[in-house]
Design a protein around this ligand. Structure first.
Ligand code: GLU
Length: 477
């Protein structure tokens, strides 16, 4: 079977994480088999499908690189075609006019409930041959077939059987002429040439109805795959209000798009015990075989770990782009500091997220630093005053501010004072960054820049002087 998949979201303003996974699986499946991935925006609910919601959705997919192979199709532009098919079904006898008013339908349901039955349309207008009642606009209903059952063949669930008697005659066209979801979905999938429908489990019970429609129209059904839900880390249903369900939240929080996709791919699919995949690898490995039928829980620790693995190998410009946004987010000016690629290179092996890099590199972009009191007490002691002053003078005289020159300068100063390199490293680090953890000291000073380094060493010397003075007056007193 040829491969043409689609993602068919209803635009509500945010791209849900579960929807992103659905889009990803469709995209991967199409890429893997050299087929096409299509995007259909199901915007028939005009009140919720605002133009800005549609734009946000298309942009969110773009940010994750899940580009469709054809122009996105707006379902609202196809209403005429949906009506045409409804009338075709009417003519062939597979549909009929129903003149029930909303009040009548409500009463019907009430009676059924009172009898302990499941409420459903009772088919009272199915075989009407009389004249239509005056003044009532009819709906068009599908005449469900009389065969006993309908079988959905699903990649994950196998053959799922539904008794026809459990399904009622669904509305295809409402009284105002607007098509319903089932009709639009089936007609659009057919006209778009969709051959694989990969969507959420919540649609499984829609599929027998859609299959019946497809059969009545004489079309060939696509293959189906209904994906299990994504659950919150505690196993509960994901709340729409939780920001962790918004796919873009992860980019805002400093995760790399490819890492998020890798993480999502693995929530519901596996390939041996491999955890880390490039997008290329996902394309070459992704297939039905690895899909799992049970719901998966989000696992923030795993996302952090996968992101960390991707940080190590991501192209530096991807890191820089994300880092720029993260620095701005914490109120720092990315242009007022070292080149971003140097920052990215210095932390890519150690940070979990780009937000973590921005936070760790704060001292390289801020004008002031806060000395960590504990580290300063421990490291900026009177004994290091002289070596620190000496290295400060030597650094001030460096012709070029490169990590290699800084390294040589510290080594020479240490040697001339007869102390080890390490004795200077930690006081320099605490003086320049405010704390005891940073990249290698030559890189650290390079990143801080000469002006910031010398300024901060001055402050540190002042701090030591104050300690010396305090110790002196304590001794005198
Ligand atoms: N528009 C539906 C949704 O967002 C998807 C319909 C489908 O995939 O068939 O849930």
């Amino acid at each position: 079977m040829s491969v043409r998949t689609r993602f068919a979201p209803s635009p509500t303003g945010v791209l849900h994480l579960g929807s992103l996974r659905t889009a990803l699986y469709n995209w991967l499946y199409a890429r893997r088999h050299g087929g096409e991935f299509l995007l259909r925006i199901e915007d028939t609910d005009r009140q919720r499908s605002l133009p800005e919601h549609i734009r946000a959705l298309v942009e969110a997919l773009q940010r994750f690189g899940l580009d469709p192979d054809e122009e996105p199709l707006l379902q609202s532009s196809r209403v005429e075609r949906h009506r045409e098919v409804a009338h075709q079904l009417l003519e062939s006898g597979s549909a009929y006019h129903c003149y029930c008013t909303p009040d009548e339908l409500a009463a019907m349901r009430e009676e059924q409930r009172a009898r302990g039955e499941v409420p459903r349309y009772d088919g009272r207008w199915r075989d009407n041959t009389g004249p239509p009642p005056a003044g009532v606009k009819p709906v068009i209903r599908f005449r469900r077939p009389d065969s006993e059952e309908v079988v959905v063949k699903d990649w994950l669930h196998g053959d799922v059987r539904y008794l026809n008697s459990q399904l009622d005659d669904l509305v295809l066209l409402r009284a105002d002429g607007s098509p319903t979801y089932h009709l639009s979905c089936v007609v659009d999938d057919e006209d778009m040439g969709v051959r694989q429908v990969i969507r959420g489990d919540d649609h499984l019970n829609n599929t027998p109805r859609q299959l019946q429609l497809i059969q009545a129209l004489g079309w060939t059904p696509p293959e189906y795959c209904h994906l299990p839900l994504l659950l919150a880390p505690d196993g509960k249903k994901l709340s729409k209000r939780d920001e962790a369900t918004d796919a873009l939240h992860y980019l805002r929080a400093g995760y790399l798009p490819d890492a998020v996709l890798n993480y999502l791919a693995r929530l519901g699919w596996s390939h041996g015990d491999q955890e880390v995949f490039t997008i290329k690898e996902l394309i070459s490995c992704f297939g039905r075989e690895g899909l799992g039928a049970s719901a998966s829980r989000l696992d923030p620790d795993k996302l952090n770990w996968i992101n960390q693995q991707h940080m190590k190998t991501a192209p530096v410009d991807v890191l820089c782009e994300g880092l720029e946004a993260q620095l701005e987010k914490i109120g720092l000016n990315p242009a007022d500091g070292p080149p971003l690629e140097k920052v990215a290179e210095a932390w890519r092996e150690r940070a979990e997220t780009l937000a973590g890099v921005a936070e760790a590199a704060r001292w390289a972009f801020s004008h002031e630093i806060e000395l960590d009191e504990k580290a300063a007490r421990k490291v900026l002691r009177p004994v290091v005053r002289e070596p620190l002053a000496a290295v400060c003078a030597a650094l001030a005289g460096l012709a070029e501010w490169t990590a290699a020159d800084i390294h040589a300068c510290i080594a020479e100063t240490a040697e001339s004072l007869g102390i080890g390199f390490g004795k200077l490293g930690q006081p320099l680090r605490v003086a320049v960054t405010g704390g005891g953890v940073s990249p290698p000291i030559d890189t650290t000073l390079y990143l801080a820049g000469r002006a910031r380094t010398l300024e901060r060493l001055d402050v540190a010397l002042g701090y030591i002087d104050a300690r010396i003075a305090a110790a002196g007056s304590a001794a005198q007193g």
